[in-house]
Design a protein around this ligand. Sequence first.
Ligand SMILES: NC(=O)C1=CN([C@@H]2O[C@H](COP(=O)(O)OP(=O)(O)OC[C@H]3O[C@@H](n4cnc5c(N)ncnc54)[C@H](OP(=O)(O)O)[C@@H]3O)[C@@H](O)[C@H]2O)C=CC1
Ligand SMILES: O=C(O)CCC(=O)C(=O)O
Length: 529
Amino acid sequence: MKIDGDMLIGATRLHGAEGDIHAIDPRNGERLAPAYGGGGPDEVARACALAAAAFDAYRETSLAARAGFLETIAQNILDLGDDLIERASAETGLPRARIEGERGRTVGQLRLFAEEVRRGDWLGLRFDTPSPERRPAPRPDLRLRHIPLGPVAVFGASNFPLAFSAAGGDTAAALAAGCPVVVKAHSAHPGTSEMVGCAIRAAVAACGLPEGVFSLLFGAGSSMGTALVAHPAIKAVGFTGSRRAGVALMATAAARAEPIPVYAEMSSINPVFLLPVALAARAPAIAAGFVASLVLGAGQFCTNPGLVLAVGGPDLDRFLTEAAAAVAAAPATTMLTPAIHAAYDAGRLRLGAHAAVATLAEGRPAQGPFEGRPALFATDAAQFLADPVLQEETFGASSLVVRCPDVATLRAVAERLDGQLTATLQMDAGDLDDARALLPVLERRAGRILVNGYPTGVEVGHAMVHGGPFPATSDSRTTSVGTLAIRRFLRPVCYQDLPQALLPAALRDGNPLGLARSVDGVPIVAPAI
Ligand SMILES: NC(=O)C1=CN([C@@H]2O[C@H](COP(=O)(O)OP(=O)(O)OC[C@H]3O[C@@H](n4cnc5c(N)ncnc54)[C@H](OP(=O)(O)O)[C@@H]3O)[C@@H](O)[C@H]2O)C=CC1
Ligand SMILES: O=C(O)CCC(=O)C(=O)O
């Protein structure tokens, strides 16, 4: 597919005039054509006006039509074929197989949301039956459904050019909810974004939807991204990236005349707790699994295991020997962008130079210009607690092991951790009491708790939570992966004593759409239709 470097503002292609953006192939540092013209306030205003104009029509599309739209996007992405795989690989340095897997996840995610939309449970229909005879006051007829919030701004993530970008989880969830979407493409993969944007735009046209359902903008985050979040038509924001940018967007959203929710997924170091019985029984196997997770994708996952906590002693020493050997044997790997590589190297060198930190191993030296060397560091619990810098995310394949004198200290350290996306326990049956004591702490700290696995690799499903307390995310009540993510873009509306003719179909007597509902607090499953 030919790419032009244009923004997609509804059905119009437009080349921005606010400075050129070039993707860089991080495998060799070469600039990739074409140049993408950055947009400014005019393009933001145009995309937002179209999105606002599309909202009422789009949000009242039938569930079947909306699901069909999501499925058409999925098919159109697949139809981009190898061009998409090659471009995404060139723009990110991620290998083909990874991009192919990510495309499968992206398409699967859209299809899962299509099923979710059709089922309609997310409308959360509730009925309180009226009681005109009730004294002292009659009870009104109350009916509740959830409606979409309005146009959503989505920021593509550098580390998932497909699954967390133009047609990624935030876009899929917002479109499923009935919200038009304006994407601010990540400047690292504009070509991939344009291709996927075209696939969405073609689906908009094929499904007969208003053009403003989807727009794609290019431009600098700090100017155009900020203008997008500040625009009055935008009613919510989905973001995956750095804590700095996420916090800036939260501040912009909070300072608006009408503040709006920002769902930002930011930084997490994903602690892995090695409990004593498991460590004694299988230190080498745990080390092998841990290092595999650490170096996966050059460590460029927000679920990367950046912190390990264990009780010091010979069993931990065995783990460290094995893990250090595996890290030392691991190759340096191309990182997503020159800036991400530079930030990783700076973080790795800062940790290595920290007076309270020992360098246990570094991976093989870099061969290419933007390759990151894996690294493993160690400190002890007292030092870790004394310096908050040691809790900061080093985005890449770097991890810090914290030696604790006993299990009570392990728990005390857990109490002091920032909010996390995940917390992992390596445990055997003999660790159950320690695990039970840790669990309430981990529940307060993390969105997902795993046993005997590793945090990288997030399953897209109905029970997944990819979220957690700040700074893992800006709103711990939600998830950015899985069908529950649709809730971020909905709000409840109660209809009191409306005549049947005025009620939305989902709330009319006789359940004409055949949807699940609760009546006077009692759930009633959807009839099979
Ligand atoms: N938690 C996670 O999953 C991830 C964390 N990161 C962290 O982020 C670092 C940088 O990576 P990157 O992906 O570029 O992440 P950034 O957070 O820097 O950028 C993400 C998006 O936000 C935009 N942006 C940047 N600053 C602002 C701002 N002040 N106001 C509004 N929008 C802004 C960027 O625009 P522009 O296109 O102009 O850059 C980009 O579109 C990594 O080194 C890593 O530490 C990265 C990826 C994922
Ligand atoms: O590991 C995953 O599948 C998702 C991770 C993620 O959200 C991220 O790295 O930004």
